[in-house]
Design a protein around this ligand. Sequence first.
Ligand code: PMP
Length: 432
Amino acid sequence: MASTETTSRSAELYQRACRSLATGVSSSLRRFVTETPLYIDHADGAHFYDVDGNCRADYTLGWGPLIVGSNHAGINAAVAKQLTKGYTYGCQHVAEIELAELIVESVPGVEQVIFSNTGTEAIQSAIRIARAHTGRDKILKFEGHYHGWLNNVLVSYRPKSEDTTLAQPTCGGQPASEYADTLVLPWNDIDALKDLFALRGDEIACVLTEPILANSGSCMPKPGYLEALVELCREHGAVSIFDEVITGFRIALGGAREYFGVEPDLSVYGKALAGGFTMSAVGGRAEMFEVLRDQRTIHSGTYNGTTFNIIAAIETIRELRKPGTYERMNAHGQAIAEALTSAAADVGLDVVVSGVGSVFSVHFGVKQAPRDYRDTTRSDMQTYTRFRAAMLDNGVQLLPDARWYIGTQHDEAVLEHVINAIESSMKDTVRC
Ligand code: PMP
């Protein structure tokens, strides 16, 4: 496995890109993943190969989707076969039914689904369904949770004010009128939720939560928190929505519903659902979709149900349904978590890993796993950034926010490589 010798070709391409592609990248954060954005030539299984000839074990999984790896034979064959039959029809096709049936079979309590392309879109569909279903406007979200880049939900994602209930925009270009109906609370605090429901319960259309706070430190829900949230929604006639764009098909085949044994009214899926193709879905009890059947509201999109995305999702789920898949991914993640904490202890650093086997976050400089967004701000990201740079030099590609994703492509050979890389990168981290 080669370590990073040079990124000069990537640097040249980035300079060229900046002339015609505004910012040089296609999603704002990508500018900050590495000093020079890496240009990937191709990817195969668990490895990314950049244009400078570096090969790296990848734990970014393209920010989550690549749960069965790149160049997957089953997906390739199925998509190749479909490509000769048509890309998108704007009409119905049989594979859509097959995928809907597979999801319904795989996810507890999901009786029906609708399809779209990105997590951002599917979240908006879920919110609209909830509003049409309840006849209410307010949506409630939690600090540090990410539900896509649109104005009504990109609020209090990285709040600057001390006020934990103030809806705060995340970036420029977000007019207050567009998040005027968004309420915000700290997460994992059931009393705060009870109090708000007591005051404004009859205004709230839906409560939106990541079931594991994967976007901010992979905080785990306190025991009983998700159950209480769903129950409070039921009592007050609000729709509970789990944003499973990260956890869906990842922490278990049935996502958080299966992992925690809790069934919200609606769940939103994306990322791992289609193994790297552009697919998202909203699932829930059939009655939740009555508002679409009786035309109180609509769900639309030119690319909804695009053939090869649907086919890729079918192949991904078939792969994930193979016996032992989740046990293997979780064991791989566990082994990495143990290697991280023991290598850190060896060099005198405090490191805590939070989350689950297949998606977790690494926290430097703390002794306890964070429970909410405010806790995560205590993690020492500067040291993590140094560690991540050392890992890149040791042939392992990681995300800047300290979140790691595991997929079925991460086998024993990759594990051996990453554990060696962790041990030497921890030493490099304290040296520099
Ligand atoms: N919800 C969650 C929990 C996410 O992590 C993301 C993306 N990181 C989204 C929604 C938005 O999904 P997309 O980027 O596909 O629009």
